[in-house]
Design a protein around this ligand. Structure first.
Ligand code: NAP
Length: 546
C-alpha cells in the first residue's frame, strides 16, 4: 500500500507517455494482442509487464514438474502458418521451460520487445471520462495514457498463500509454486512439506520426492488424476501434425474445450459394463484429458460421471499399496472433471515410496505453522522446507489487483463486490474501452487457453478496427447486457455438474471471503465463439458505441 501511494505521488511529477492502446501482461494474450494492434491495425501500442521477461504464467510457474496439460501441437498460436511451421515441440506435453522459450521466440520473431516495458508492475488504472483516456500508473511511478486498455493478465497469476497462523515463525524456507525462485530449490537432505493437491501439487510431488530426504503431502481434498503419458514426439507424429494442421485447428475451434480431439457422441449408458471398462482402460493407457471425452454425458449426467469416477477410484486403489493411503487418495468428494482434472506423471505411484507420507488435513486440520514445521490437531511434522501448492486467487484476482477505476469513480472491486459481472467476459459496464482477455464470464479456464486467447484477441482487434473505420472512439457494455450474460453464464453452469465441486477455484471457493460465483462460461467454446461473432455482426449488440 505504502509502495502504491509513493508511486502515485512520484507519478504526479512526470508526464504520461501516451499511446493508442495499453496492454497489461506479456504472456500468450499480451504478445498476440500487441502484434495484432501494431502490425495489423498500425496502432501505437505498448505492453506493460511486471516480470523481467515475457511468458506470463510460464515465466512465473517454474516449480518442479511444471508442465502443460494440453498437448504441445495445440498449445500454441495458430495465427501464423510460418510460426507454426518453424517451431518444433519436443514432447507430447510441453514443459515450462520449452513454453517460455517458445514465447521468447514469438517476441523476437515478431519484433515485439521494442514495445514491451518489463520489470514494472501496474498498480492502478483510472478512466478519464471527459478525455476518453485510461491513465495507468506503475510501481516505479511511470505514467501512461491511452484510449484503450486491454488486460492480458491471465486467470491464474495471483498466488494464493493461505492465511495459516505462524508462517512468519517458520525458520526454514517456504515457497509458493506460482512464484518459484529462478535458481531452483535444492531438496537434497531436506524434509519437505507440500500443502495442496491440485494440478500443481500433483505435478510437483513426484519430482520433489525424487530428491528430498522426505516429502509430507498435506491433503485437504482428494483429487482425480489421469496419467499424462508424456513422451518425446516421434518423427511420424510430427509429420502427421504438419500435414494436418488445418484439420486439427478446425477441431480445436469447433469443440467445447478447444482441444485437438472431439468428444465422442455415445452416452456412458449406451454400452455394456464390459465395453465401458474397456473404453476407460484404453483412455487411461493413452493418457491425458481425452479421458474426459470418451462419453458425451460425463459432464452433465451424474450417473454417467459415476462410472468414470469409480474407474479412477479403482485405479488409485490398485496403484497405491498402503490401503489407508489408497483410501485417503480415493476418497473423492466431487464428480470427476468438476475441478479441472489434473494429469500426472507417477503421482499416485509416488505414495509407494518410503520417503513419502500423506497426511489427511480434512480430518485433522492444520492448526498452525511453528518455527520447525506444521502442527495439526493431533501431530507435529518437522520440516525444513514448506511448499505452498495452494493455487491462485483465480480469474478475478489478477484484475482486481490492478486497482481499476471506471466512470464516475467506480472501482472494479466495488462493481464486483458480489462477484464478477461482465458482458461476454470481454467488457464491464461502467468501464468504457477496457477489454479483458479471458475475463470472467468467458470459457477460457475451461479450455485450451491459447485457443480462447486467439479468439478474444481477434474479436477485440476486429472491434477496434471497425470502430476506427466508423469514426467511433468509445465502446461500453450496457448494464442490461451484462446482467443478461451473467444469467446466461449461471444457466450454462447449472446445466452441467461443474457447480457440484464445493472447493473449486472456478467458484472462488479456495479464497476466504471471495464471493461464491461460478465464474467461467460453461456453455462450450464453439457456442461462445458463435455468440461473440453474432454480437459483432449485429453492430455490437449490447454495447454502446459513440
Ligand atoms: P488448485 O487447483 O486451486 O489447488 C490448490 C490446492 O491447495 C488444493 O488441493 C487445495 O485444497 C489446497 N489448499 C488451498 N488452500 C489450502 C489451505 N488453506 N489448507 C490446505 N490446503 C489448501 O491450484 P493449482 O494446483 O495451482 O491449480 C490451479 C489451476 O492451474 C489448475 O486447475 C489448472 O487450470 C492450472 N494448472 C495447470 C497445469 C497444467 O497445465 N498441467 C499445472 C498446474 C496448474 P482444496 O481442494 O481443499 O481447496
Amino acid at each position: 500500500m505504502a509502495e502504491n501511494i509513493a508511486a502515485e505521488a512520484r507519478s504526479v511529477a512526470g508526464a504520461a507517455e501516451q499511446v493508442e492502446a495499453l496492454i497489461i501482461g506479456a504472456g500468450f494474450a499480451g504478445l498476440y494482442q500487441l502484434h495484432s494492434l501494431r502490425d495489423r491495425l498500425g496502432m501505437k501500442a505498448l505492453v506493460l509487464e511486471a516480470a523481467d521477461g515475457v511468458g506470463g504464467t510460464w515465466y512465473w510457474n517454474r516449480y518442479p514438474g511444471a508442465r502443460c496439460d494440453s498437448e504441445s501441437h495445440s498449445y500454441c498460436y495458430y495465427f501464423s502458418r510460418e510460426l507454426l511451421e518453424e517451431w518444433e515441440w519436443s514432447e507430447r506435453y510441453p514443459g515450462q521451460e520449452e513454453i517460455r522459450h517458445y514465447l521468447n521466440h514469438v517476441a523476437d520473431r515478431f519484433d515485439l520487445r521494442q514495445d514491451i516495458r518489463l520489470s514494472d508492475r501496474v498498480i492502478s488504472a483510472r478512466f478519464d471520462d471527459a478525455a476518453t483516456l485510461w491513465h495507468v500508473t506503475t510501481a516505479s511511478g511511470k505514467r501512461y495514457a491511452a484510449p484503450f486498455l486491454i488486460t492480458g493478465v491471465g486467470c491464474l497469476s495471483s498466488a494464493n498463500v493461505p492465511d495459516i497462523p505462524g508462517l512468519e515463525d517458520f525458520k526454514g524456507d517456504w515457497y509458493h509454486t506460482g512464484e518459484w525462485p529462478h535458481e531452483g530449490v535444492d531438496f537434497h537432505g531436506k524434509r519437505v512439506g507440500q500443502i495442496g493437491t491440485g494440478s500443481t501439487g500433483i505435478q510437483s510431488a513426484p519430482v520433489i520426492a525424487a530428491s528430498a530426504e522426505h516429502l509430507t503431502v498435506f491433503q485437504r481434498t482428494a483429487n482425480y488424476s489421469i496419467p499424462a503419458r508424456n513422451a518425446p514426439l516421434t518423427e511420424d507424429f510430427k509429420r502427421h501434425i504438419s500435414e494436418h494442421r488445418d484439420e486439427i485447428h478446425e477441431i480445436m475451434v469447433s469443440t467445447p474445450n478447444g482441444h485437438p480431439f472431439r468428444i465422442e457422441e455415445r452416452l456412458a449408458a449406451s454400452v455394456s459394463e464390459e465395453e465401458r471398462q474397456a473404453i476407460y482402460e484404453e483412455a487411461w493407457q493413452k493418457g491425458g484429458l481425452r479421458f474426459r471425452a470418451v462419453f458425451k454425458d460425463l459432464m452433465v449426467d451424474k450417473a454417467a460421471n459415476d462410472t468414470a469416477s469409480d474407474f479412477i477410484k479403482a485405479k488409485i486403489r490398485e496403484i497405491v499399496k498402503d490401503p489407508k493411503t489408497a483410501e485417503l487418495l480415493s476418497n473423492l468428494d466431487h464428480p470427476f472433471g468438476t475441478k479441472r482434472p489434473p494429469i500426472d506423471s507417477n503421482y499416485f505411484e509416488t505414495f509407494n515410496r518410503d520417503n513419502v507420507t500423506l497426511v489427511d488435513i480434512k480430518s485433522d486440520p492444520i492448526k498452525r505453522i511453528t518455527d520447525t514445521g506444521i502442527e495439526t490437531g493431533h501431530a507435529h511434522y518437522d520440516l525444513d522446507i514448506l511448499v505452498f501448492a495452494t493455487g491462485f486467487d483465480a480469474i478475478t484476482g489478477p484484475l482486481l489487483r490492478l486497482n481499476i477505476t471506471g466512470k464516475n469513480g467506480l472501482a472494479l472491486k466495488d462493481a464486483w463486490a458480489a462477484g464478477p459481472k461482465t458482458y461476454l467476459g470481454l467488457q464491464i459496464a461502467g468501464f468504457p474501452n477496457l477489454f479483458t482477455i479471458t475475463g470472467p464470464g468467458s470459457p477460457s479456464v475451461l479450455t485450451n487457453m491459447p485457443v480462447s486467447i486467439e479468439q478474444h484477441v481477434d474479436w477485440i482487434t476486429d472491434c477496434i478496427r471497425q470502430m476506427r473505420q466508423k469514426g467511433r472512439t468509445r465502446i461500453e457494455a450496457t448494464e442490461q447486457a451484462a446482467e443478461t450474460w451473467v444469467a446466461e453464464t449461471n444457466r450454462a453452469a447449472e446445466a452441467t455438474l461443474l457447480p457440484l465441486a464445493n472447493s473449486s477455484w472456478y467458484l472462488g471457493a479456495n479464497v476466504s471471503g471471495k464471493p461464491r460465483v461460478f465464474m467461467p462460461y460453461a456453455g462450450g467454446l464453439q457456442h461462445y465463439r458463435a455468440r461473440c461473432d453474432a454480437v459483432a455482426e449485429a453492430g455490437y449488440e449490447g454495447f454502446v458505441l459513440s
